[in-house]
Design a protein around this ligand. Structure first.
Ligand SMILES: [Fe+2]
Ligand SMILES: [Fe+2]
Length: 189
């Protein structure tokens, strides 16, 4: 993997996450994108997906919405465009840029786009698995940000993780099944 390229892209994304205009706060870097990298790389190891593509796509997948809140709704589309500009500027081959763009376009659980490559599946799976791996962030969202009561928050988290699980590929499920089962048992009413 080209670690210098990965480092440069990481810096661009982390800087965008630090900016005041990022309405998600720095947590989207520290508790979402950063932990997603190792998850996606482990998934890539299990399927022989190209780690460099997967890593670049994870770094860039939510970038458009981080940069501009107005783009959140369609951030998969804008993010693919942003990725093209950034990676072309880095002189990455066109074929690789296309692969990264496809991962970004197909990453969203709420927008169903058929995933045809292992790299696309790794990025989408990592985006779901990170909710399980960073469970405390989901609790922070429901109790801290959204001010839900105990049962409301528990149900919200349970529904969210159920939806994540339903959208995951077999590879993703195999990686996280043990933790998922434990959490779901604990969230039982
Ligand atoms: Fe996203
Ligand atoms: Fe994401």
């Amino acid at each position: 993997m080209d670690s210098e390229l990965i480092q440069r892209i990481s810096t661009i994304i982390e800087d965008a996450c630090k900016a005041e205009t990022n309405t998600f706060g720095y947590g989207i870097w520290s508790h979402h994108i950063l932990p997603m990298i190792s998850i996606a790389q482990e998934l890539a190891d299990r399927t022989n997906a190209a780690k460099k593509i997967v890593t670049l796509a994870v770094l860039l997948h939510d970038y458009a919405g981080i940069k501009d809140q107005e783009l959140v709704e369609e951030h998969h589309i804008w993010g693919a465009k942003e990725a093209e500009i950034i990676l072309a500027n880095e002189n990455l081959d066109e074929e690789k840029i296309e692969q990264v763009k496809k991962c970004i376009l197909a990453h969203r659980g709420s927008v169903i786009i058929e995933k045809t490559t292992e790299e696309e599946k790794c990025v989408a799976d990592a985006d779901a698995i990170v909710h399980i791996d960073q469970l405390a962030s989901l609790f922070y969202l429901v109790y801290g940000d959204r001010g839900m009561d105990v049962d409301e928050g528990r149900r919200w988290v349970k529904d969210k993780l159920t939806r994540d699980w339903e959208k995951m590929s077999e590879n993703g499920r195999n990686m996280i099944k043990k933790k998922y089962d434990c959490i779901m048992e604990l969230l039982e009413e």
